[in-house]
Design a protein around this ligand. Structure first.
Ligand code: SF4
Ligand code: SF4
Length: 432
């Protein structure tokens, strides 16, 4: 695609990067067919190609974001399905990240939208605040239906709907510390404790720690780690996201220097996609660019790391698993077959749902900020998953677990909970 930026505009490194991305797009439109918002809404402006035109026009003209651009960029899930489909290698992820930053810096959102976003950014990345908010949500739940009918208040209704009825107790897996390897030590890894996940489902990191230590890997949960920054990054709040990234880079580098690390294990693929992008996010910070690239190179989804441990095949179990590949797993990190191979090897029957490339509508805070589109995508996803007649659904991202669980009676677990069970751990409570 031809672009028309001035030399002055290109002096801004963000614009220069976006220009390179825009030039790769050949307008072919292949990406529209696999874009969940285009498939749902049928509007070209809600397709990747339409959004690329909107972003190009806004950036080339050096314009502040307007309501039209904000509407269509806000509706984008950042699912990155378009990147998997694109034959020209258009880096839509970094383009839309830039657009979101530009929106945040140049557009004043309506009052309730600002309140909602400020609240999410101030609560979700902080486990203590998030836990308190979930307890408060239990009191507010009866008003969810009412809130969903009041214009501007729909996100608050969606938040109440998503909040679990029961908030799990604090888990020791969320505290800093070292979990020694059982038997001969064959590795040492750091585990990302995360922000929302340890509050909503501490079983995931508990299962990971149990499984890895049983396999001879020392697992350290370093002190000082914070949310990976992905939630605010996707809201365009770049400084807040970069600050989180810098803190984590410092923490993990200290751990690398002190005890050595084979990997940084991430059990939420949404966070994994962001941590693997720290090198890019901090590329313009001379003090952190190199360190961040080192951290990104060491980040592994838990299934990627498990695949290096040569787990022995297990006896066949009478359990059919529908595998839901999170967008951040399949499109963001390009991890597609690995989790399924591990599950099959562990004795489970694994089934792929139809339209596996389409997002479930969770997408970070999307299910709160865009509840209508999100609900449609959830219903479509649940229908496809249930059509495989599974005993259980497995996935590798807490956002998808929370989203899909509100639409089906089929239990949904993290892949690692099933693997821990298959290799000598407890039966997951979710299967009881
Ligand atoms: S990231 Fe997903 S929702 Fe956004 S344009 Fe690409 S395919 Fe569509
Ligand atoms: S598939 Fe790629 S090249 Fe084609 S319109 Fe979409 S982003 Fe552009």
């Amino acid at each position: 695609m031809q672009t028309n930026f001035t030399a002055e505009q290109l002096a801004d490194p963000h614009v220069a990067t976006s220009e390179q991305i825009l030039r790769k797009c050949v307008h072919c439109g292949f990406c529209t067919a696999t874009c969940p918002t285009y498939v749902t809404l049928g509007n070209e402006l809600d397709s990747p190609r339409g959004r690329i035109y909107l972003i190009k026009d806004m950036l080339e003209n050096g314009r502040p974001a307007d309501e039209q651009v904000v509407t269509h960029i806000d509706r984008c899930l950042s699912c990155l399905s378009c990147m998997t489909t694109c034959p020209s290698g258009v880096d839509y992820m970094h383009l839309v990240d830039h657009a979101r930053m530009h929106i945040e810096n140049t557009y004043r959102r309506p009052f309730w939208d600002r309140v909602t976003r400020n609240l999410l950014a101030a609560v979700l990345p902080y486990p203590r605040r998030f836990r308190l908010a979930l307890h408060a949500a239990a009191l507010g739940r009866p008003f969810a239906g009412l809130l969903k009918r009041v214009k501007g208040m729909e996100p608050f209704g969606a938040m109440l709907d998503l909040a679990p009825r029961h908030v799990p107790k604090r888990s020791s897996s969320a505290r800093p510390g070292t979990h020694p390897a059982a038997g001969t030590k064959r590795g040492r890894v750091a585990i990302l404790s995360g922000c929302a996940q340890p509050v909503l489902k501490p079983e995931i990191n508990e299962a990971t720690i149990r499984l890895l230590t049983r396999l001879g890997v020392e697992v350290v949960a370093p002190a000082g780690e914070v949310c990976c920054g992905s939630l605010v990054h996707h809201m365009g709040r770049e400084e807040q996201a970069l600050e989180a990234a810098r803190r984590n880079v410092d923490v993990w580098l200290r751990e690398m220097e002190n005890g050595g690390l084979d990997a940084i294990i991430v059990t939420a693929s949404g966070c994994g996609t962001t941590i693997k992008d720290y090198g890019f996010m901090l590329r313009l910070d001379p003090a952190y660019a190199e360190k961040a690239a080192k951290v990104s190179a060491l980040a592994r989804d838990v299934t990627e790391y498990l695949a290096t441990l040569d787990l022995p095949p297990q006896e066949t179990k009478r359990l059919t698993v529908a595998y839901h590949s999170a967008c951040s797993m399949q499109h963001g990190q390009k991890i597609t077959t690995l989790p399924k191979t591990l599950l099959k090897n562990a004795g489970f029957t694994v089934r792929d749902p139809a339209e596996g490339h389409l997002c479930c509508g969770s997408a970070g805070t999307y299910n709160i900020l865009q509840p209508e589109i999100s609900a449609k995508l959830k219903a479509r996803k649940v229908k496809n998953l249930e059509a495989t007649r599974p005993d259980v659904i497995a996935t590798g991202n807490i956002g998808c677990i929370t989203q899909i669980a509100t639409g089906t009676e089929v239990p949904i677990l993290h892949t690692v909970e099933l693997l821990d069970w298959a290799y000598g751990g407890e039966k997951p409570a979710g299967l009881a």
